[in-house]
Each structure stands twice: as structure tokens, then as C-alpha cells.
Design a protein around this ligand. Sequence first.
Ligand code: BGC
Length: 791
Amino acid sequence: MSPLYLALLLILLAASVASRENKSSSSSSSSSSSSSIRKDEQTKMNAYIETLMRQMTVQEKIGQLNLVTPGGGIPTGEVVSSNVHDSISSGRVGGVFGVSGADHTRRIQQVAVDETRLGIPLLVGADIIHGFQTIFPIPLGLSCSWDMDLIQKTAQAAAQEATAAGIFWNFSPMVDVSRDPRWGRCSEGAGEDPHLGSQIARAMVQGYQGGSLAAPNTMMATVKHFALYGAAEAGRDYNTVDMSQMRMFNEYMAPYKAAIDAGVGCVMSSFNDVQGVPASGNRELLTDLLRQKWGFDGFVVSDYTSVNEMISHGLGDLQTVSALAINAGLDMDMVGEGFLTTLEQSLQEGKVTQDTVDLACRRVLEAKYKLGLFENPYLYSNSSNPENDNHSHEHRKLAREAAAKSFVLLKNDQHVLPLKKVGTVALVGPLADSQENMLGTWAPTGDTKDAIPVLEGFQNVVGDQVKLLHAKGANICDDPEFAAKVNVFGPRILIDERTPEVMLNEAVAAAQHSDVIVAVVGEASEMSGESASRSDISVPESQKRLLRELAKTGKPLVLVTMSGRPLAMTEENDLADAILHVWHPGVEAGNAIADVIFGDCNPSGKLSITFPRNVGQVPIYYSIRNTGRPQAGDKFQKFRSNYLDVENSPLYAFGHGLSYTSFEYSMVSLSKINLTGDDETLTASVLVKNAGDRYAGEEVVQLYIQDVVASVTPPLKQLKGFQKINLAPGETLKVDFNIITEHLKFYNQHLVYDWEGGDFNIFIGTSSDKAKMGTVNWDKDALAESGRSEL
Ligand code: BGC
């Protein structure tokens, strides 16, 4: 240990007592999460960091802004850092990512603590997007549970497992609103809606960070990708984003803000440009909005080499773009080393000030302080820590529950599902016995070998009660070139040695000898995710052919569809009797699918993103605004807003999802229909009845509001609340929503966030396209208005 480090430790000692007390009192709370600390703690932190920074050279300060990945661990990008040991020991690294294991991270931390002049510990980060070892459903799937407790628990479990492996900084949650299923990364987010996305952002931050960042089993979260990455033009990854500010604030920004309000410790800037300026060099985003308007006090990390990538964006050479980034408010440079290699020169040339570098360095050091690293650099690298129990049994149970709750029953004609545990089932399709595609994209810390394939899950759940006839039936796709692009992280599309005809005939024969067919089809896991956009979002032709032949057998056809995005499944919808969409369900895939298919679990998932009829309808989302020539319904009318070749409506609407039971909604009852001013509360209620007599079921009761007349074209409907309820057969529950004027607010064309008086339609229902409506008039308070204008 260096003498200076010893001296710093002495300063810290005083702070540590209070901080330990703080830790024990707050780590038990799971409902609040914060990267901010108490006032007295803040004072101690400031003193500590002041003293530390006074000892630091300019090079050491710049070193803190450098984030490296040594490679060989968890691969998430194209380039990896070189000479990592030397860089760390010479004080040129502030954090590492893509490494794992308590012993491994301890050894890396030792280099920083023992070999550098000041012994400043490193941040150790990773992408833990939907679970660490226990992989939960992909985030888009999880979002269809609309279950915030569940989502928070999955994040907590991920934090427990990751911190046990020495990782305490997570590059999650990804909260990019996306209305474009072509974009492969919609799999990582919570879908199309800013309200639902905001609730999920908060739940995830709370799950990861718990009550205290310095607890040994919580990790610092990073909200990403700031900003608007989900709106990449044409759904092509990394592409340009350009939209009106009004749309930006009304439809895309809320989930980032929700994460910040929940106390997220870090923000990651996105790859894309926003109105001509790449996010990583965009001062309006990183300083004016993030810090000045939203009050974010953590640090901002770039995305993987996104500082350097501003060269390709056309903004100048490495020195120029690095200066642009730090001046914009970016604090840490991921992998590219633009900061490391050019900031000193920019300081000398006056292109960057010492204050700017100091501020960035201070923010990184503050994160380290809040994480408890100065008190104990090995807090998270302690393999004998009793906290490091992986809770694998508990977590797998949670994974099975989370998977079942993420499934969306899209169609169920004649109640084909659930299947009875008798007779013969043909279980066919290229994903029916696939282990390698169950975890889904962005699960680099998971092991595909831990996953339960569907066939195994069926065997586990129905044992000998049901005769299972299995056949692959088709390749995920027959094109080896396409397969090679998808197989970058290991084999996902395995092209069979047999001809497509032989496989198809085998599956049809199995179908003919069965009572019912369950076909597991869709996308391989890496057909979505980063750099995995598709211009055709249908089920690949090899599988369509299989489904057509299966349908011809006349046997009941159940589809279990997997994907990391909405698929255009118009033909499949016509061919199948039932469709259960399961996304990529995680380690417990097979068991959870069997639980739902055979009725041990009643599906309750609701779509968090619209399924189009075809890719030409994209972008398609429920909260559209009217044109001047709206078309009522789907029947084509000349000179109305429509298409010649497809209806306007989606195949499955946002919020859609069936159950094995049925729910009846009463009319909407309103506590009043005339309201005035900001102090009133409207209660809108419905009675929801489980009208079935067999299955208890969960239902997500959804509240939408439409501002009928406004100064800017109002969306036809916007989600403003939801409640997930559980009803026994025959049971009825009154569901109340309390509405205040906050629910009516929007950004107008001058970007003023306020509400406008008039009529409002209040919808409550089972999905965005099936809801009962009531209307209220809510006026602005005339007196308050005039009082306001006098000011
Ligand atoms: C992704 C980020 C990720 C980072 C580090 C990038 O390519 O866009 O989401 O956190 O890599 O792995």
C-alpha cells in the first residue's frame, strides 16, 4: 500500500463509521434507491475527494476518465484495450469492464491499489442486462409482465450474483423507447410506451442499487443509451435520429428522467446523433438537459468507442471530438482512449480547461466513494463473503415465474390452450429442442448450457402422462450466409445435414400421429440485439413452409413463437389455432413454456410493443395522432389516411394479451364529470370480473387518456396508469384510478409542460384497442389563471 494511500485512509476513517451505520440502516430497504448520500456524508466525501485530487497529477486525473476492457472475458464490442496491466499500474485507468470473478477482479483491483502512486481503486463494470448467471427473459419480454415487483426482483437477483463475481457497476437499464421492430435492440428495452418504460426504469434502478450503493450486494446502475437511440432511422442500428423537440419530450425522454429521479448513479451516452450532434458530444443533452434541468449528479460514460466514432460522424479528428465530448459533459471514455491520448494537449492549447477535467474526475471519484471503494477496495471481490451465495435455487424459481409472466397469449381459438396432460403431442420446430437460443441476446455472462430447452421442459412437466413426438421440422433459416452473421457468439442457427424436405416430412409424420401440434418457431437469439436489425421481420421462409404443411394436417396447431422483437405474423395468425409469444425466456425457458402450455400457469402478459401486420406499417404504435383525414376502422376509404394493400390496424395492439379465463369490464364510472383547476382529483373506476369458472387469472387493467382538443394535435390515447390484479373464478373487483392534472400534462410547441382545459376521454380496458370510455370536462381555474398572468 502506498504511503499516500495510507494517509488518505486516515481521512477516510472518520467517515467510515458514519458510512457503515448508513449502510446497515439503508441496505435493508428495497423501495428506495439512491446514488445520492446524506448531507453530512456529502461533506465528508467532498473533503476526502478534495484532498485526494490535490495529490493528483493532470495525467492521473485524465487516467480516471479512461475505461478499458482487457478482452478475453465478456465480449461486447469490436475492439479491446491493449496493455491493460501497464495502463492500470501507471494510473491511466479509472475502470475496467468485461471481467468477472471475485478472484480475478481482486487481482485487477490489486494492481490499481498496490501498484499505482495513489492507490485509487477501479470501477468494475459489465453488461448485466437480464440476469448475471441466472438469465431472466429478455427485457422486452419482462416488460410484458407489467409487474414492477417482479422486474425489481430480477434486477436484485442480478445484482446479488454480479457483485458476488466482483462486478459492481452495471450498464443497465436500457430504457430506449422504440417503435421500430426492425431495430434489433428493441429486445433490450421496455417497448414503445414512455409511461410503462418509466415505471420499469425505476423498478430496475431500485432493484440494482437497493437502498445503498455501498452495500456489498448492490451495484451502481447505468441508464442508457442517452438519448433517443431507439429512434434510429429505418431501424438500422447506430443510425441518425432527428425529431421535433416536442416529440422528443412527450414520447422518448420520460424513462431516462425516471431513472434519474430514482437515483441512478451513471448515464451512458448513445452512439447516434441527435439533431446533427452525436449524443456523446451533445452539450444540450449531457449538460443543459441532464444536469441543469434534471439535476443529475452522477457521471456520464460514453458508449463503446462512441467518442472516437464522432470522427466517422464527420466532426473532426480524435483530439477535436474528445474535446467536444468532455466539454459537452461526458466524464468517462469507454475503450476509445481519446481522452487519455489527447486531453493533455487540448489543455495545453486551451481547448479544454483544467476545471472541466477536474469536474469529470471528481464525478468518477464520487461514484467510487459512494460505492464504498475507498473504504474497502475489495468490498466486492471477496469470494468468502457470505453474501456471495448465488441463491441459485431461489433465482431459478424466480426465472421460471418471470418467464411465464412475460409470455403473451396472442390468440387462443376454441380454447385450444391449455393442453390437457393426456394423449400425444407433436413438439416440432427448430426451436423445440434448442438450448442455445433460450437465453436471448445480451446475455454474455450467462451460459447457454444452463438453459432448459422446450422439449426437456415438456418432459419435466408432463412426464409419462403425454406421449411426445419430437421433430426439428426445419432450420431456423436455410441460408448459411445469414446463419454466419447470427452465429458470432456461438452457434445459434444450426443448419441440419438433412435436406429441408426430409426434416419437413418427419415433422408432418409426427403431426399426423398426434392429437395436437406444438410448433416452436421464430428467431434465433442473435437475430435481435446489437447490430442485428432486420428489414424483413417475418418468420423465416424455411419455418413458414413447415407451418403451412403442419396446418394442412388439420390437427390443432399451437405456435410457440420466440423472438427479440415483434414479428409480422399475419400468415401464422391465419394458420394457427393458438399463439403463445414467449420472446427469449431465459434459463427456465422450457419449464416455463410447459407450465403455461399445460395450464399450470395462466398467461397474463400484455404486449408492451405493437405487432404490425407487415413491415411496411412501421413505425406503428398505439398513441398515434389523428391526421386531417382519419379513416374510421379498417375499411378502405378513398382520400382517407390508409394503405391500398394493408389495413391501418396492427395485427396485435399494444396492451393485448389473452388469458385462459376471460375478464368482463363494466362501464367506466367517474367520480365527477366537471372539474376545475389543479387541486381536484378524478376517480375513474371499473368493475372487473373473472367471468370464467375454472382459472384464477391475472389481468393488467389499463388506463388511457385522450385530450380531445388541444393546442397541438393530441394523441388518440396515452397510457397513464395500470394495475395488475388477480381474480379467482367468478370474482369481481372494483379498480380505481385517481387522476390529477399531472396526468393531463404534455409539452406544447413552446416546450412548456402543462395541461390545457377542456374535454378528456378516459379509457379503461384490457388493451389499447379494447377499452371502455367516459368523458369529463376539466377546466383551468379562471381565477388562478388571471392571477398567474398578473405575475
Ligand atoms: C453497447 C452498450 C454496452 C457497451 C459495453 C456497446 O456496444 O451499445 O449497450 O453497454 O457496448 O459493452
